[in-house]
Design a protein around this ligand. Structure first.
Ligand code: AMP
Ligand code: MN
Ligand code: MN
Ligand code: MN
Length: 290
């Protein structure tokens, strides 16, 4: 059960969802369909944050504007830091910034080869042709992701649901996991800042880092000009809302809120359904929400 914390700051009481995905990355709804769903769920301020891609922004913005919902331009960049994958959300960016666009092309470029390697590894454990199977779920040929493999493995009955596929096949140490080097933290933060945006650590509670490594990471992110962390996200438990509220205060980060919605009936909560940020936090949307 989650507890709704009522914030006396009027900006903080907006229904804000600044993290979700469309078919332009590993979501199952088109950008316009995600906009419609967000609006139907009561979202007032919304960002589409596809992985390593801004290709859905125009359609998303148009749909949001038609619905009278405030749109924030966003994305989620895959980063490798200390050999771990970390996701950095960028908000309020100029999606036409040339350095950002070039950086995203570079970041996406290894996905195809990685997918072929994943398919070869899965074949060795008795799951053939998963590359072709995953492709059936891909909406953007530049953005084949583990989620597409997971959906295919559910389709053929290997596991009950995508979370089970990740647990048994697609996370580090499992047979279909292929290590990959993404953008580095400095690049990702600089692309976002260079495009006029705010860099936000996505779902910090999901990373397997020691307290010392976390401290080094947050200090480095701060020194690079990172501005915020997600506190209330579909990937956090209620205890982690408290934990990352304290961390945001300790390091002087603004806070963000986002469902990380990918698909109805998958692991993430629906758009706009999470509790508000607690009142001691500075919402990342404070400077631009109307
Ligand atoms: P990729 O960018 O190809 O490595 O895929 C990462 C995506 O896989 C994430 O953005 C999530 O959508 C999904 N994902 C990662 N871990 C899990 C998990 N344990 N359960 C379900 N989905 C996951
Ligand atoms: Mn995803
Ligand atoms: Mn993520
Ligand atoms: Mn995400």
């Amino acid at each position: 059960m989650s507890i709704q914390v009522i914030n006396t700051d009027p900006f903080a009481n907006l229904n804000v969802d600044l993290h979700c995905h469309s078919t332009v990355s590993d979501g199952v709804l088109s950008p316009a369909e995600v906009a419609q769903r967000a609006h139907a769920q009561g979202v007032d301020v919304w960002a589409l944050t596809d992985h390593d891609e801004v290709g859905g922004i125009i359609a998303a913005r148009e749909a949001a504007t038609d619905l009278g919902m405030q749109f924030v331009t966003g994305l989620e960049i895959s980063v490798t830091w200390a050999n771990k994958t970390i996701h950095i959300v960028g908000l309020n960016i100029d999606e036409n910034n040339p350095d950002l666009l070039a950086g995203l092309i570079k970041t996406r470029s290894g996905r195809q080869r990685r997918a072929e390697d994943m398919s070869a590894d899965l074949a060795k454990v008795g799951i053939p042709n998963s590359y072709a199977g995953a492709l059936k779920y891909v909406g953007n040929p530049d953005l084949i992701s583990r989620s597409h493999f997971a959906r295919y493995l559910v389709e053929i009955g290997v596991c009950e649901d995508v979370s089970a596929v990740f647990k048994s096949y697609l996370i580090e140490g499992k047979p279909g996991y292929v290590p990959h080097r993404w953008a580095n933290l400095t690049e990702a933060v600089n692309w976002i800042k260079g495009a006029g945006g705010v860099a936000v650590v996505a779902h910090p509670g999901r990373y397997d880092l020691s307290p010392l490594a976390f401290d080094a990471f947050f200090n480095e992110f701060k020194a690079l000009g990172g501005g915020a962390i997600e506190v209330v996200t579909g990937s956090h438990t209620v205890d982690q809302y408290d934990e990352y509220t304290k961390i945001a205060s300790r390091y002087g980060f603004m806070a963000s809120r986002g469902s990380d919605f990918h698909a109805p009936d998958e692991h993430s909560p629906d758009l706009g359904q999470l509790p508000n940020l607690s009142k001691e936090l500075i919402p990342v949307w404070r400077t631009w929400a109307k």
